[in-house]
Write a new protein. Structure first.
Length: 212
């Protein structure tokens, strides 16, 4: 028997941001060199365009220790504090650094220090599933392109059937139609690519980078 629930009259949405994932994607697609987006504005703009009611914005990121990177530690601590003041739920974990060897186009190897997040994608997955069980949202609006979250989409469909209600998981991500290699959203989700014009409407006017 096919499962085709009817969407509710008022569609509630919760936005889940992978802060580092969105930053690196916006850097690659739009050319920005620091996380200059306002998560609340971005989530609200996309929800409004779809006719969804944004009920909560949740932001997750890794933060380096001051000993590893004082600049980015200062930036993220200040940005997270401002988001909390705006009513955004924030979750942070320490960034762990390790050396990674990369192969340059000329054939030479080069070693760079790379920060890696541990547990951010797991925390987003747990919270997305937990809030679905609590009927907090009808749409999980995920700002990430981490394919590990595709399994969450499958779980959301199971929850929808168990609760006999309409639930959707959507993936919003930066997109430039002029680029040859288009970026993919998370598999098993509804893709909501957004361009630089929409992104620029949602910039954070504050600059949290420490003054030199």
């Amino acid at each position: 028997m096919n499962f085709h629930p009817t969407p509710p009259t008022t569609i509630k949405a919760v936005a889940f941001f992978d802060g580092q994932n969105l930053f690196h994607s916006a850097k690659e697609i739009f050319g920005y060199t620091f996380p200059n987006y306002d998560p609340q504005k971005l989530a609200q703009t996309i929800c409004s365009s779809k006719g969804w009611q944004l009920v909560e914005t949740r932001f997750y990121t890794g933060v380096p220790d001051t000993e590893d990177d004082q600049f980015w530690n200062y930036f993220w601590i200040a940005k997270l504090l401002q988001m909390s003041r705006q009513g955004v739920y924030t979750f942070s974990r320490p960034l762990h650094y390790r050396n990674r060897t990369i192969l340059c186009p000329d054939g030479h190897q080069h070693t760079v220090l790379v920060g890696e997040e541990k547990g951010i994608d797991v925390r987003i997955a747990i919270d997305t599933i937990r809030l679905a069980h609590k009927n907090t949202y009808d749409v999980a609006l995920v700002f990430s392109q981490d394919q590990d979250l595709s399994e969450v989409a499958a779980e959301i469909r199971t929850i929808a059937q168990e609760q006999d209600r309409w639930i959707k998981i959507a993936c919003a991500f930066p997109h430039n139609q002029a680029q040859k290699h288009t970026k993919r959203g998370i598999n098993k989700t509804d893709w909501l690519p957004f361009d630089k014009l929409l992104y620029d409407v949602c910039l954070d006017p504050r600059d949290y980078r420490p003054k030199k």
